[in-house]
Design a protein around this ligand. Structure first.
Ligand code: ZN
Length: 172
């Protein structure tokens, strides 16, 4: 245990994913030794994120307006939707620079063990997007694990009666 301020920082850092008590301590002392201007820059970025970043009302991706950059881009193909679990998956697909369609971020995957069901995900929002018939292809790019497979299977079954081509990218 340390005195007030530094212990407070260690406690806060320790709540971050992947950062245990030891890691929190290491980061705290790194920041303590760093250039104060850099540390203030980090603090400002954190505050800016809480104030400006929200979730796109259409696709659920991170956005700085009502809709994200991709949904606002009229050059993107509105007939293809790539369904992913998290905003970081959108970033991963965008990095490859091949996909020119739109996205739908579910906000996770079906996981009975963790108590996550379809109603906890943005499945209803996806069905709403498919309702007008503009979308003709759905790429189910959920993660290649048990939960991701279950989610892809669930969605594929939901849209079975619709005139939508469903594909699942090969994993690995
Ligand atoms: Zn969007």
């Amino acid at each position: 245990m340390y005195e007030g301020v530094i212990q407070h920082l260690i406690d806060e850092l320790g709540r971050l994913p992947g950062v245990g008590p030891k890691g929190a301590q290491r980061i705290a002392f790194y920041l303590l030794a760093a250039d104060p201007a850099d540390v203030r820059g980090l603090a400002a970025a954190l505050i800016e994120m809480t104030e400006r970043v929200r979730f796109c009302k259409t696709c659920g991706n991170v956005a700085e307006a009502e809709e994200c950059r991709i949904c606002r881009d009229t050059r993107r193909d509105p007939t293809i939707i790539c369904v992913v679990e998290d905003p970081k998956d959108v970033a991963a697909v965008e990095k490859i620079r091949e996909f020119r369609g739109r996205y739908h971020v579910l906000g996770g995957a079906i996981s009975p063990i963790d108590g996550v069901g379809p109603d906890d995900l943005r499945v209803k929002e996806l069905m709403t997007r498919l309702a007008d018939g503009v979308v003709t292809e759905l790429i189910l790019a959920t993660n290649p694990n048990l939960e991701g497979e279950a989610t892809a299977t669930y969605i594929a079954r939901l849209v079975k009666h619709m005139d939508v081509r469903v594909t699942r990218p090969a994993s690995g």
